[in-house]
Design a protein around this ligand. Sequence first.
Ligand code: HEC
Ligand code: HEC
Length: 341
Amino acid sequence: MNTLHDPKYLRLKCIIYQLLACIFILVIIVLLETSVICYGALVPAPAGPGHTPASQVSHTEGYWQPPSEATIPAGESGALVTYGRELISHTARYLGPQGSVAQISNGMNCQNCHLASGTLPFGNNYSAVAATYPRFRARSGTEETIVKRVSDCFERSLNGTAPDASSREMHAIRAYIEWLGSNVKPGQKPAGSGLNKPALLAREADSAKGNIIYERSCRSCHGKDGEGLMAADGLEYAYPPLWGPNSYNDAAGLYRISNFAGFVRNNMPLGATHDAPQLTPEEAWDVAAFVNSMPRPHKDQSADWQDIRTKPTDYPFGPYADGFSEKQHKLGPFGPIEAAQ
Ligand code: HEC
Ligand code: HEC
């Protein structure tokens, strides 16, 4: 008899098939489990606090680059630069709600918005700061120093209080920002500075559409209620909040939707870059409208923009020098407002 039809052989074959089927089912179960676990907590691998992924850092060709490490001076002035970088990257460890130096800010790090310690092209980097400050800013109507500008972000983006201008912390932050900009000529804005805002929409930004984008592309990291996710150390965020009591307040730069749309279009979801964005311009504007329609801390900003003719078109609080409504200044369409200027 042909061995292939031997009943023993057939039984063996049957057992092998059963085993293979079992292994296949087990593999499916394991795959399902892990994807469920991942989906429940963090879909992508957590970046960890203060770590802008390498995929972003590689998109720098043709853009400003920070000076090499070797240019950090020796001695106390170099130590200040290094401490400043640490404060930018891990602000909350030193100055957050459980900060080791003072408890004066909301738990966010400067780096959450000034990516890779303020060095990334179109990651809201600091390349132009040393070269363009002190300068007149219309918001305050005064000539502002770097220290004043840094204080603004503490009071608005970090919804807190700035360290004293004479503190070692403020000296260190200024020293770091000056060192970063030491390869930029006075008055220049290097390629990759600023927020690279997407083209204006012809319509009003739509927060209902933005809500759908949020659920699809942001919620897995920034949370169901925009609350973000604390890192394991409980001191700073692995994923920073986008609204709620621990987020930036309504006087912050990101509360203007053109800034938000620009930041997000070039940098979010995490891994997106200026040359490989993941959202369309429309999606960036709509998700900006959604996030900035959610509750967040309020700051009295009645002293801002004393000359109302200088208010940016998307500054969301009246009165205005033109006839357009507060709603249109908040959500657009901005084209007609710009055309009227
Ligand atoms: C929630 C996001 C956010 C956080 C956190 C944040 N900033 Fe900012 N920062 C911005 C935005 C947005 C701008 C640009 C605003 C504009 O153009 O109106 C800005 C602008 C600046 C500028 C001026 C840049 C330039 O080229 O003119 C400096 C300096 C600065 N921030 C420092 C800091 C420091 C230091 C911290 C931490 C203490 C910090 N920021 C935290 C969002 C943030
Ligand atoms: C894979 C996780 C992930 C996804 C998805 C993601 N983000 Fe982020 N986001 C981060 C991390 C991490 C940071 C802080 C980056 C750092 O500190 O280097 C951040 C920072 C931000 C910031 C500035 C800091 C703040 O909290 O205000 C904004 C605004 C933001 N994200 C918006 C979005 C939007 C809108 C989406 C969806 C289109 C999105 N993100 C999707 C991880 C993510």
